[in-house]
Design a protein around this ligand. Structure first.
Ligand code: 3PG
Length: 392
């Protein structure tokens, strides 16, 4: 039996088998009873009588220092012989939400791992990151156009103002995306993601020096392992390449601005996470295409395509399709999960995602890793966890 005990008594004594649990979820209350006394005060008339000991799971307010004040004590209690309270409907919906978020996270990481693997396979055979980045955005845009046309997804209602506020987000997204892909075309996937785990450091520096925000000293301290770990991993990376390193750094910076602009642009907007990302892809595609043609161009692509096809065979086309489809899907799921969770939970999820990508890509591509290099990566990832905690 779960009960909630509201008491006006000032100095309650909780004896015997009573155990105080600090439950995080106050919605575990099922019934409310008014209990004048828990300390055997005979002058009060108890309205609650129980044959089983109560385990008090939460005490919201003990007004011990002000005995004269008639404050209410709210306790969530449940029977001693139950390890868990009986679930109220809100608890169930809370649990269902957690399961839903867990599924989002698992799908997001799995799609991301698959994307990174196919992306690297494609880049090894066809080192034209500007085209592969463009194809990822084109594929996602096409998928969403089809979803809207066939009414699989609801078409978003947007106006000029929406696209105007989306523009800076799309510019930052385009730069971050192409820079990360250029990075991965030059260095191991794991190295790109180790450097990308330093994104919180960029976030704090940009917020501090450009936006003038201040943070508690614990946040600044958490940057020490992030920066130190990334630096250690970079100097001990066996296949270090400056373009690869700078690509990941530029991607970090661009994504920090993308997040800042998204936050400003999305205030009060009613476009869902999925459609927001669809619109972002389309605008990014428009921005990136002319640059991709200018930097690489059809002649290079045609020659590279022939070489890749002759080396890999028809599977190469499937690899391109897989990296493009999975790029869109993982981003779409991550934006959908942003609808459900706080930015903080999101950033923890993103760090966990990097661990899965780093570990799986090292295994799949047999990336040589020195112990000191792995130590640098571990310190950097640990730093991002500390950062998440310090930001709370
Ligand atoms: C990209 O190509 O956009 C990057 O791989 C994105 O990396 P992230 O989503 O893991 O930050």
């Amino acid at each position: 039996m779960i009960c909630s005990v509201k008491q006006s008594v000032i100095t309650p004594t909780i004896n015997g088998s009573d155990t105080i649990f600090r439950r995080k979820n106050p919605s575990a209350i099922q019934r409310s009873l008014i209990l004048p006394s828990l300390n055997g005060n005979k002058s009060s008339k108890p309205v609650l009588s129980m044959s089983k000991p109560l385990h008090v799971s939460k005490v919201e307010s003990f007004a011990l220092s002000k005995p004269q004040k008639r404050s209410l004590i709210t306790c969530n209690a449940y029977e001693a012989d139950r390890s868990e309270p009986i679930e109220a409907p809100e608890v169930k919906s809370e649990a269902a939400k957690k399961v839903k978020i867990g599924i989002y996270f698992a799908v997001w990481w799995a799609l991301n791992v698959v994307f990174n693997i196919y992306n690297k396979k494609v880049l090894n055979a066809f080192p034209y990151p500007w085209l592969t980045s463009t194809l990822s955005l084109a594929c996602g845009s096409l998928m969403m156009f089809i979803s809207w046309a066939t009414r699989i997804a609801e078409t978003p209602k947007t106006d000029f103002e929406f696209w105007k506020t989306l523009f800076p987000v799309a510019v930052a997204h385009t730069i971050g995306h192409v820079a990360a892909t250029v990075s991965m075309s030059k260095v191991a996937v794991s190295f790109t993601h180790i450097i990308k785990s330093g994104e919180p450091a960029f976030s704090v520096l940009v917020s501090r020096f450009i936006l003038g925000e201040t943070f508690p000293s614990s946040v600044y301290l958490s940057l020490v392992p992030i920066i130190g770990g990334c630096a250690l991993a970079a100097v001990t990376e066996l296949n270090f390449n400056m373009i690869g390193f700078m690509g990941a750094m530029i991607s970090n910076l661009a994504f920090v601005f993308r997040n800042i602009f998204s936050k400003k642009g999305m205030k009060g907007k009613s476009v869902s996470g999925m459609n927001y990302y669809a619109c972002l892809s389309m605008l990014s595609l428009l921005i990136l295409t002319p640059f991709a043609i200018a930097v690489e161009g059809p002649q290079m692509w045609a020659a590279g395509w022939q070489t890749a096809l002759s080396e890999i065979g028809p599977n190469f086309v499937w690899w391109i399709a897989a990296q493009s489809v999975f790029y869109h899907l993982y981003n779409q799921v991550s934006y959908m999960s942003l609808d459900e969770i706080s930015p903080l939970t999101f950033s923890i999820g993103n760090t966990m995602k990097r661990i899965s990508v780093i570990v799986s890509s090292i295994i799949i591509f047999h990336t040589p890793v020195q112990p000191v290099n792995a130590l640098g990566a571990a310190i950097a990832v640990l730093g991002t966890f500390l950062y998440s905690q310090a930001k709370q």
